[in-house]
Design a protein around this ligand. Structure first.
Ligand code: ZN
Length: 151
């Protein structure tokens, strides 16, 4: 059964700064090495800012069963997960990635005014993903507090 989209969760690939990652690689890590049914993220932001869709999505306010990705256990049925390439050891986002991520977040909050944007670590204290303070960044780029997830 479909549920309403509530969270946009930001992740990193946890790979070194400047190293390109392909969708084939991330799909392999998740579905073959980890044995997940589906790759963990809907969209991937490449080093040059290109946004690549990994899992089909009709971009409406519902998370259909075929749209679910495995970013954070327990909230996947109500979340959209996105990932930027990099993040190993810290915030490695390129200027192009920051711009693309901001455009992505702005588009999502415009279309889904009640959505809350979060970082993976906010749902799992054992994680540092996506290697930057997500609420702080969102505030710094002018996202409204109502769209910033704070537990
Ligand atoms: Zn993550």
């Amino acid at each position: 059964m479909r549920q309403k989209l509530q969270y946009l969760v930001i992740h990193c690939t946890d790979t070194p700064a400047g190293r390109p990652i392909t969708s084939q690689m991330i799909r392999y890590w998740h579905t073959v090495e980890r044995g997940w049914k589906q790759v963990g993220y809907t969209d991937m932001i490449h080093l040059d800012g290109r946004v690549e869709r990994l899992v089909n999505n009709n971009d409406d306010e519902w998370v259909d069963p075929w749209e679910i990705t495995n970013g954070v256990a327990g909230i996947n049925a109500i979340s959209r997960h996105i990932v930027y390439v990099g993040g190993k050891g810290g915030d490695t986002r390129t200027l192009a990635q920051k711009g693309a991520m901001l455009a992505y977040v702005r588009d999502m909050v415009k279309r889904f005014p009640d959505i809350k944007v979060a970082g993976h670590y906010q749902f799992n204290p054992a994680k540092t993903c996506p290697s930057f303070n997500v609420p702080e960044w969102l505030i710094s780029v002018g996202i409204e507090p109502k769209n910033i997830y704070l537990p």
